[in-house]
Design a protein around this ligand. Structure first.
Ligand code: DX5
Ligand code: ZN
Length: 214
């Protein structure tokens, strides 16, 4: 079962309610929410107050991708705002295990993200504690970039680790996903696909999401 998580990074921020309804009606599974701090990544987006506002407009699953330094500082705010999943970067905190346990203690799903240059070996000792691993297939910070092909080997390696250990962990890919790269990442073992520009740039949102599901 492949899940599609369109990123509202590529939506029209002046009308987030209708932009979220659009993907909900088109068959999206999750809403991917890209939080950027202008420090961990060279761009700024929005924080928990915006998540709290859009929470009132939909019951969809909120997948919050925190591209911020010291993510542990913001967990309480995102939980209170209504996040269903909080994903932190392994590069962004010195105490990843503590951060993951804290997210889970709040009754929210916890995920970890890897930048393109970060080895899959960094997740070995935390894999059994998380609900999701996110492989960044572009350098985080911007929508509309090209898929980095070496991400496929990382996805394969992580799929093997998850299956060998019999874990129930989602394997998500984010960056440069379109109808062509979607097939490649699914073949490599991914089961949750983030897509920003491909979904929000499409004339027919339903057809775009269907084409990602394969
Ligand atoms: C990039 C974000 C992505 C972004 C993907 O830093 O994490 O979620 O929205 O955009 P596309 O699908 O256009 O590559
Ligand atoms: Zn993202």
């Amino acid at each position: 079962m492949i899940k599609i998580a369109p990123s509202i990074l590529s939506s029209d921020f002046s009308c987030l309610e209708s932009e979220i309804k659009k993907i909900e009606n088109a068959g999206a599974d999750w809403v991917h929410i890209d939080v950027m701090d202008g420090n961990f990544v060279p761009n700024l987006t929005f924080g928990a107050p915006v998540v709290k506002m859009i929470r009132k407009t939909t019951k969809m699953f909120f997948d919050c991708h925190l591209m911020v330094e010291h993510p542990e500082t913001y967990i309480d705010d995102f939980v209170a705002a209504g996040a269903d999943m909080i994903v932190v970067h392994v590069e962004a905190t010195k105490h990843l295990h503590r951060c993951i346990q804290y997210i889970k203690s709040k009754g929210v799903k916890a995920g970890i993200a890897l930048n393109p240059a970060t080895s899959v070996t960094t997740v070995e000792n935390i894999l059994g504690d998380v609900d999701l691993v996110l492989v960044m297939s572009v350098n985080p910070g911007f929508g509309g970039q090209s898929f980095i092909p070496s991400s496929l080997e990382k996805i394969k390696a992580l799929r093997k680790m998850i299956d060998t250990r019999g874990l129930n962990v989602d394997l998500q890919v984010d960056g440069g996903i379109n109808d062509v790269t979607a097939k490649e990442v699914v073949a490599a073992g991914a089961n949750v696909l983030v897509a920003g520009s491909y979904v929000y740039g499409a004339a027919d949102t339903t057809a775009a999401i269907a084409s990602l599901k394969g």
